[in-house]
Ligand binder design. Structure first.
Ligand code: MF3
Ligand code: CO
Length: 247
């Protein structure tokens, strides 16, 4: 069941989402070669706590950290550990903050120093996929138009769309209905109502979209070992377009 938000609820959601936005910028200014993914998680934990919010991911279904830090072939849900970030890596940082009774959620993929031309293009196209996904999105748009647009842009650029994970509704819970797949058929799915709040999060692979989850139960890696990127914002569907809460 999709919970459409009132203006009052949307006003309450602005703060956790602004914290996510600011935390992602904060991390982007500091992340670099030589840091461990655990050190990135520490930055996120401290920033969210100092903002008077709670890191939603910490303890969620037993998840042991405040951020997901996913390097190169790790698609999503990379558990921060002692892995050292190196020049040439791409690192996705995904985090959620809880404040005012609501969650905010966003992700960015950072380039560490000079990266290969392929990784550079992958990161750029993944961001573009988000903006393609919201193109024309407004009250009345069929849900799967989002995935249709994301998929078309990714595949036109020779990349593939991860199928095993999707975007989602968000509000009092971090994951609410509906699921927002990044592939789909145009003109299908529920027609979105104004006040629906969605996390739209393309996960795009340089190679094949098949993934496997490591024995830790979380870390999702591409089966072919090729890199993947992730870009996510929380958006409100409006009568005449979308309002992005995490930019
Ligand atoms: N931020 C992620 C999402 O987009 C949630 C990560 S799952 C967690 O859905 F367990 F790490 F929290
Ligand atoms: Co999300």
């Amino acid at each position: 069941m999709i919970f459409v938000k009132s203006e009052q609820e949307i006003a309450l959601m602005r703060e956790p989402n602004a914290i996510v936005r600011d935390c992602l910028s904060f991390v982007g200014e500091r992340i670099g070669a030589g840091m461990t993914t655990k050190e990135v998680d520490r930055l996120v934990y401290d920033f969210i706590k100092a903002s008077g919010a709670e890191p939603s991911c910490l303890g969620y279904c037993g998840y042991p950290a405040s951020a997901c830090v996913s390097v190169n072939e790790v698609v999503v849900h990379g558990i921060p550990d002692d892995r050292v970030i190196r020049e040439g890596d791409i690192v996705s940082v995904d985090l959620c903050a809880y404040k005012n009774g609501y969650h905010g959620d966003g992700a960015r993929t950072f380039r560490i120093g000079e990266v290969s031309a392929e990784k550079d293009r992958l990161v750029r196209v993944t961001e573009e996929c988000f903006f393609k996904g919201i193109e024309g999105l407004r009250a009345g748009t069929p849900l799967y138009d989002i995935g249709y647009r994301v998929q078309r842009h990714a595949e036109e650029n020779g990349f593939s769309v991860i199928r095993a994970y999707t975007g989602h509704g968000i509000g009092r819970e971090m994951h609410e209905d509906p699921s927002v797949p990044n592939v789909g058929r145009r003109g299908t799915g529920v027609r979105l109502q104004a006040g629906t709040v969605l996390c739209i999060e393309p996960m795009i692979a340089a190679g094949h979209w098949r993934v496997r989850v490591l024995p830790d139960g979380w870390t999702a890696v591409t089966l072919d070992g090729k890199p993947a990127a992730h870009y996510e914002n929380t958006v409100v569907v409006r009568e005449d377009g979308v309002e992005i809460l995490t930019l």
